[in-house]
Design a protein around this ligand. Structure first.
Ligand SMILES: [Fe+2]
Length: 244
C-alpha cells in the first residue's frame, strides 16, 4: 500500500470512529484535522532497535485482538499488526523490570513509525495487567482510545479516576499531569500525540517528606524514554499542569 492510500485509509477510519463523539468532545476534531494535514512518507529501512516481540505482546495481544473494538480505527490497526515494530517504552535499571516489560508500544505513523511523519504520532500502546504508569506530563496534546481491555486514568494528583473500557477515550491537554493504571485486565489503546512534540516526559514523584519533584525523561532516537534529571516541582508548574 502506498503512502497516499495509507493516509486515506487511516484518515477515513479516524473520521468514522471519532466523528460520532464530536458532540461530546469537539476537541477530537483537532486530531482528525492534524492527521489530515500531516505529510506521510515511507521511512528509510532500518533494523528494529529491540529485536523480537516483547513478552507482553506475545502474552496479551491474541486475547486483546479477539475482543477488540469493531470500529474502523481498530480494524486499521489490526490490518497493520503483522508489520509494526513493538518496543518497551521504558528500559534500563531506573525502573523495575516488571514495569518495563508491562508498557509496550508500536508506532504506525510518526518519527519512528511504519510510516513517517514529523508532525504527529499515531500508534498502539499496550499495558499489561496490574501496571501503573505514574503521574506524568508532556507538552503534546494526547488522545487515548481504548481498542480492547480497560484502564483507569486520572488527570491530577487528587482527581477522581475514570474507568475507560472498549471504545472509550481520553484527551490530555498540554502539560496536564495524568496517570494510567490497569487492574486485572490488560489494555490495548490507540494513541495520538500532536501539536508540541517536545520529546520530554516529566514524572511527578512525592518524596518521604511530602514534597514533590519531577523527573525528566527524554525520548531517545529509538522512541523509548531515558531518564535525564530531576528538579523540585514548582508552583508555576503545578498551576500549568492544571493541578493547583
Ligand atoms: Fe501522556
Amino acid at each position: 500500500m502506498n503512502t497516499v492510500d495509507v493516509k486515506v485509509e487511516i484518515l477515513a477510519a479516524l473520521r468514522e470512529t471519532l466523528s460520532p463523539q464530536l458532540h461530546n468532545a469537539p476537541v477530537l476534531q483537532c486530531f482528525i484535522d492534524d492527521f489530515a494535514d500531516c505529510k506521510i512518507t515511507m521511512p528509510a529501512p532500518q533494523a528494529p532497535t529491540q529485536p523480537g516481540l516483547p513478552d507482553a505482546v506475545a502474552e496479551y495481544l491474541p486475547d486483546l485482538t479477539a475482543t477488540m473494538s469493531v470500529q474502523p480505527l481498530a480494524q486499521v490497526f489490526k490490518f497493520f499488526f503483522p508489520q509494526v515494530s513493538w518496543y518497551q517504552i521504558f528500559r534500563g535499571n531506573s525502573t523495575p523490570a516488571a514495569f518495563n516489560q508491562g508498557l509496550v508500544a508500536a508506532q504506525l505513523v510518526g518519527g519512528n513509525g511504519l510510516f513517517h511523519t514529523e508532525t504527529l504520532y499515531l500508534g498502539l500502546f499496550l499495558m499489561a495487567p496490574n501496571v501503573t504508569y505514574p503521574l506524568h506530563q508532556h507538552a503534546a496534546t494526547e488522545l487515548y482510545y481504548v481498542l480492547s481491555g480497560s484502564v483507569d486514568i486520572r488527570h491530577g494528583r487528587s482527581a477522581k479516576t475514570r474507568h475507560l473500557g472498549k471504545d472509550d477515550f481520553s484527551i490530555t491537554v498540554p502539560h496536564q499531569v495524568h496517570e494510567l493504571k490497569t487492574n486485572t485486565q490488560p489494555c490495548l489503546m490507540a494513541y495520538i500525540w500532536t501539536d508540541d512534540l517536545t520529546p520530554q516526559n516529566w514524572w511527578w514523584e512525592q518524596l518521604v517528606d511530602g514534597s514533590w519533584e519531577r523527573l525528566c525523561w527524554a525520548r531517545t532516537p529509538a522512541g523509548d524514554w531515558s531518564m535525564l534529571r530531576r528538579e523540585p516541582l514548582s508552583d508555576a508548574e503545578i498551576a500549568r499542569a492544571g493541578d493547583g
